[in-house]
Design a protein around this ligand. Sequence first.
Ligand code: HEM
Length: 123
Amino acid sequence: MDSQESLYQQLGNDKIKQISTRFYLEVEKTPTLRALYPEELEPAQTRLYWFLLHVFGGPSPYLEQRGHPMLRRRHFQWPIDGDMRTKWLNCMLTAIDSVPMQPETKESLLAYFVKAANHMVNC
Ligand code: HEM
């Protein structure tokens, strides 16, 4: 694998979509986390998928549809403490584990999500 490849090049659309889908299946099984999300999870799943395409270096339907991510600001409306962060991360770790990928790719994904989730803690 060329270490200069973006995460988008390493994973491709399908695997990024699989991660987003599996993530929300895990959210469904985590009541305190699930309670923060809207009744309809499918639009939320699409927003996560579009966002990940964008941050991993792929196409940017996210920017066209949602504008600048400003993720931390968008998350201020939910109280996110360390426990909620860990629940979110556990869902994401399970999602990542469900998709076959190179160990180096997985390491980069984990590093990205741990950092991003810590950044979202707001109480
Ligand atoms: C740390 C714990 C986190 C919690 C509890 C949390 C919770 C939520 C909730 C309840 C929503 C609303 C769902 C929707 O309608 O789209 C949301 C949206 C979103 N979250 Fe998180 N989130 C967390 C961390 C993260 C992280 C680390 C990322 C990305 C790396 C992320 C990416 C997004 C995106 C892209 C949206 C849609 C924003 C939009 O365009 O409106 N979240 N999050």
